[in-house]
Each structure stands twice: as structure tokens, then as C-alpha cells.
Design a protein around this ligand. Sequence first.
Ligand code: SF4
Length: 415
Amino acid sequence: MNVYFHTFGCKANQYDTERVREAFDANGAVVVDDPALADLAIINSCTVTNESEVKLRRLVRHVANSSHAQTIVMGCAAALDNGVIAALPSVRAVVANAEPGTVLRAAGIDDVGAQHAAPPLGTKSRALLKIQDGCDEHCTFCATTLARGNNRSRSVAELVDEARALAEHHAEIVLTGVHIGTWGLGARDSGVVTPGPSPEPRAPSLAGLLEALIAAVPQVRFRLSSIEATEVDDRLARLLIEAPRNLAAHLHAPLQSGANRVLKRMGRHWYTAESYRARIEWLAERLPVFGLGADVIAGFPSETDADHQASLTLLRALPFTYLHVFPFSVRRDAPAARLPGQVPPDVIRQRARELREVGEAKAAAHRLRRRGQTADGVVTGRLKGQVEVMTEDYLSVYLVTDLWDGRPRFEVTVN
Ligand code: SF4
């Protein structure tokens, strides 16, 4: 069976797809890159924005029109499907989330590989390690927490085993999940808990997990995918400051808004603009090289011009090196869809433009500051005679392949 895979959304989704791909591989399937050659298409869906669902439906129709393949849609949008996805042409099954065995069965395959514990190796020098799933918060714009359920953490023992296997092939491991700052809190992943002595006497925490991972695979550089600024506790901060070879000096810390009134309406109760600012400034003073990104929503319901200006002011004041800007889009399952004060689309577009301009200016200024400086580089890709190298502060540097000696990690000069 020829199988085509496509993933929408976050690194947690990419990790889940890799696990499903490995399971199909273990059952003799052949992975193809062109849906026209496929007997089966497996699409991992995202529900973060309306746009991600529009793209999903467009791809499903494209597969139906350009091949004889049947399609299985899995992931977050699948978990919240009200029949719209199931009714699309050539859809064989809609599978909530992405458990490999469930997807195999939906494809009519009696799983011969049983426990797909093998870590998804992926293809590049950077690997993904999903440490937890779900979230116990209820941000009013978010459907992910509805799709993925409550916070569940994978055990230290299992994660250390998987990191060891990944370290044989990868120079960098990205810790991912849905709300990684809450690893260790809430339920343990019932399926795979391997009881055993917890490495640290204190309550499990992301910092504790990282210390265990770094002790197990000291040659690897870990990177945090996305973490709340105020969930970077002092222990984790110390790792960022004192162990740059083991933990990349890079944070992607969702801000969403610089106005406390809006943060409140978003349900983001665990920080304020002031506490976010204080944590970032404290870290920036201690990190000579620091990659800092944030998610920001433009035009959240009831956002005033003054709220928007507060976001712009905070973004300009902090040492961001890039921004991800999301124009607010109504998610039918998310409470924000029913909030009064929906902002007109043209105003949302204008505000998003202004936020992006700040992000682009920050990114250009950071690259200019770093130009000619040396960085800790990990090869992340090879394309048309060039090697792409990722620095600790999340900059991509391109080298002519002839100048590369084949090492997956080396000191590089930022160009
Ligand atoms: S923290 Fe908020 S935005 Fe993030 S997954 Fe949880 S509910 Fe969604």
C-alpha cells in the first residue's frame, strides 16, 4: 500500500504523524510524497484557526480529484468534527487525535507491529520529542484543549529511553507538546507509565525532566518548542543560562496580548503584561545570546485601539527576535466566538499588519546584531547545494555545501 502523509499545525502534530508513519512503515506500507501515487492519504489536521480547517478541506478535495486514494483525517480538527470532514469526498475515516493503532485499524490493517514504541526518527538533524499532551487551561480562543483533552505527561523513564534512541541520529531534540510548561503536573500518560524512581526529590517539573535528559544524553542540544514565560522557573532559567550547549537559548513564549483586560477575556489568568515583561527582562539580562519569539493575536473580541497600542508598546520594549501574528478568527467550538465586541475584519487586518511590521523589524535588527558572530549550529536541512544550519538563538544560516565538512553540529558564523 502506498501511503501519502500531510501534517497541518504544530510540532506536537508533526511528532504524532511521525509515529503513525513509523507504524505504517512497520506494517509494510510504502510512503510516497505525491498523493497522485497514493492508495491512502493520511492527513493530520489542526484546529488552531479557521484557515487551517479551510486548508484541510481544500487538500482533501485535491486528493479526491487527483488520485484514486482514500483519505483518513486524524488530529485536532478531526476530534472536533461535526460531520463536515466525514462528508468530504474520498474520506474513509475521521480519527480523533493520532493514536497509531487506531489509524492502522481505520485503514483496515491488523497491526503486526504491536506497540509502536520506536521513536519517530524523522529525517533531519533535529528530532521532536513529545513530552506531554493536552492542557488543563481554557483559553477562550483555543479549541486545542477541547480536541486534545486534559494535560497528560509521559514518564521520565520512557522519555529518557526515547531521547537516547534519538540521540544516535540527531544533534538536537525539540521538546514539544501542547502545554510543556505543565509537564509533570496533572495525570501521567496511563498507557505507558513505567513506574520507577523519580530522579528528583521534588515535585516533577520540566526543569527536572530536562536535567534527567541532559544527564542521559549530554551530547545533544535540547530546545523548548513553546513555553509560557512565567512557567520558566528559576531551575529552568539556570539551565538556559548555565548550560547553553545542552539547552538552546531560545524561548517561544506566547504573549497573545499586551493588555491585561484582553488577557483576562482570553482566560489567560496565569500572567499579566507586567509579570510577562518582568520574567523576560530578567532572562534577557542574563542571556548574552537569546532567541525570543511570541504568538500574538490581533483583534481579539472587545480589543480597543488602546489595547492594541499596549501590545505594540510591550512588543517594541522587549527583545523579541521574531513574532508569530494570528489575526483573530472565530473558532465555532471556542467560547470567544460568543464574546461581544467582535472586531471588524478590516481592523483585524490592519492591526495584524502593524504587529507583523514590529516582528519583521525585530527579526532584521537581531540578524544584523548577530552578523559575523559565531554561533552553535545544528544542520537542519540540505537544499540545492546549500546546507541550512539552526543556531542556538533560532536563526537559520545557509552555507554552500562544499564548505561543509559533514558534521551535524559545529560552530558557524552568522551571515
Ligand atoms: S494554554 Fe491556552 S492556548 Fe495553550 S493549549 Fe492550553 S488552552 Fe490552548
